[in-house]
Each structure stands twice: as structure tokens, then as C-alpha cells.
Design a protein around this ligand. Structure first.
Ligand code: TA6
Length: 278
């Protein structure tokens, strides 16, 4: 494990373990941008047009959306919160034969009090083996209950989105573009812009792609967001080639419904996602 820098000056933790995996985690946003189990295909996607600019969210990997998801009720505020464009501090890098743990903390001094006037601690822990586990913990250091929304906005690769389906959302309900809720029956396929928030879904989804099946576990996650921008939205996205929508999808462990993450004084809340090839 080493600390490297892009030619644009962004620092990242580089993990290269013959036995386990390779991975990259940027200090900006504590954003994992690469994860490849040794001897297997990458499990994480990043745009070919990503240019790693300071203060700009990286298009791909696992953006950490916190302390809100999507557009804030104050539309002037940044989409998906402030954690993903803030500079985190690497706390612990522990290498063992069977796992590598990387922990980062977002110092609250980095978060403008306008956006988050609470005393709290935000920590993310990556547990890397031949699978990837991400634990996002919010600790409430204030004397009042805090509520927020959040997502681990993971970008997954597929050779062909039209031949990709998601299993494990059967029986749940979803809203999309403020419509719904609708019942979800059967597997989910992709044939148009898709931006769905599923609730009451099982804790495990499987992304069935022509390259194999990716299993995604979610813990302490009341919602599962499924997104593919398709043709028109792709043209409006930063750092995203027009035809790249064929090669990716997002499936997000999240708590995005109003105030769905609630933490009492002195308590902590951990949102977890676990990702592996089946
Ligand atoms: O999670 C889906 C979504 O909310 C989409 O609506 C789209 O905005 C996407 O996130 C990406 O947002 P970003 O700000 O990273 O371009």
C-alpha cells in the first residue's frame, strides 16, 4: 500500500496485493475508484473521461453522498452533499495476509457549518479481500438527534447494459421521477433512462451481466437506488462520454427517503455495502 498522486495533484491510496486485490482510494471524498480482485475482472467502473480535478466529484467508483442525497431543499447547495468533494484524512492502513483495512475520517472542520451545523464524526472503512466491504459510519457527538440522507453511489461495469438485469428487487416498491410507488415484479432490465428508488427490498441484489454476476449486499440501508442515464442524460453529464451508458450502472446502498438516517445523541449509524463476483 502506498500514497500516490495523479498528474493533476490529487492524492490516493494505492493498494496492490498479489494475493488479494488492487484498489485505489482518493483522499478527496474518500472515493474508491478502482477495485479488482486478483485473477478476476474489475468490480468498479470509472468514466474514460474522468480528469481528476480538485473539488470536482470523480465520475465513477463509489461517491459518498452525505449528509444529503440528490438535490437539497436549498437548490443552491451541491447535489449529493459535501463529503465527496471534501478532503478526508487517512487514519489507518492495516495490511494482513487475509485482508487490508483502510480507514478515513472527514474532519468536521472541512465541512462548512452552513451545510451541517451538528457536532458529528464521519468515518469510512474499506475492508479489502477478494471482495469489497465499505462501512460508512456517522457518529452523533451533539446533544440532539440528527437526521440525514446518504448513499454509497457505486458505479458497476457491464459490457452491455441492454443485456444486464438486476435480481433481488422483486416484491419491493419503487418511485421514479417523483411517480409511484409502483410494485416491482421480476428482474429489472434497462431500455431507457432509469433512476429508481426501491424500498422494502431484500438486503442482497445480484447484477447479472454478460461478464458474470456481481452480488451487492446492503446493511442498514432502507433504500436501493438504481440508475443508468441512457442517451439524453448522458449528454448532460460532466466527465461522461455520450456512449458510456452502455458500460455502466449504479446500484446504491442508501438511506435516501426523507430523514431515513436518524441518530440519537452519542449513537452511531453505519451504512454498509459488500460487493463481490458470484
Ligand atoms: O443516483 C442517481 C442520481 O441521483 C441521478 O439522478 C444523477 O444525478 C446521478 O445521481 C449522478 O449525479 P452526479 O451529481 O454525480 O452527476
Amino acid at each position: 500500500v502506498s500514497i500516490e498522486q495523479t498528474d493533476t495533484g490529487l492524492e490516493y491510496i494505492n493498494v496492490a496485493s498479489e494475493q488479494l486485490c488492487s484498489a485505489k482510494i482518493f483522499l478527496q471524498g474518500a472515493q474508491l475508484t478502482e477495485f479488482k480482485p486478483t485473477g478476476k475482472k474489475p468490480l468498479i467502473w470509472v468514466s474514460s473521461e474522468e480528469d481528476y480535478q480538485e473539488g470536482k466529484s470523480i465520475r465513477g467508483g463509489i461517491p459518498i453522498c452525505w449528509p444529503w442525497f440528490g438535490v437539497n431543499q436549498n437548490p443552491e447547495w451541491p447535489i449529493h452533499g459535501v463529503a465527496r468533494t471534501s478532503l478526508w484524512r487517512a487514519d489507518e492502513i492495516a495490511e494482513q495476509d487475509d485482508e487490508i483495512r483502510v480507514s478515513l475520517t472527514l474532519p468536521m472542520t472541512q465541512v462548512d457549518e452552513t451545510y451541517w451545523p451538528h457536532k458529528s464524526k464521519l468515518k469510512v472503512e474499506f475492508i479489502l479481500t477478494n471482495q469489497l466491504e465499505v462501512r460508512l459510519t456517522t457518529t452523533n457527538l451533539s446533544n440532539q438527534t440528527i437526521t440525514f440522507t446518504q448513499a454509497l453511489h457505486t458505479y458497476f461495469p457491464t459490457p452491455a447494459i441492454e443485456e444486464t438485469q438486476v435480481d433481488g428487487l422483486q416484491g419491493s416498491k419503487y418511485i421514479e421521477f417523483s411517480e409511484g410507488p409502483f410494485d416491482q415484479d421480476g428482474l429489472v432490465g434497462f431500455a431507457r433512462e432509469t433512476d429508481m428508488v426501491y424500498t422494502q427490498a431484500s438486503a442482497i441484489q445480484r447484477i447479472i451481466t454478460p461478464d458474470g454476476i456481481i452480488e451487492v449486499g446492503r446493511e442498514n440501508s432502507s433504500s436501493c437506488v438504481l440508475w443508468n442515464p441512457w442517451i439524453d442524460k448522458s449528454k448532460r453529464l460532466s466527465n461522461f462520454a455520450d456512449d458510456e451508458y452502455h458500460t455502466m450502472l449504479c446500484l446504491e446502498a442508501s438511506n435516501v427517503m426523507d430523514d431515513s438516517a436518524i441518530v440519537a445523541p452519542g449513537e452511531s449509524h453505519t451504512l454498509t455495502t459488500t460487493i463481490c463476483w458470484v
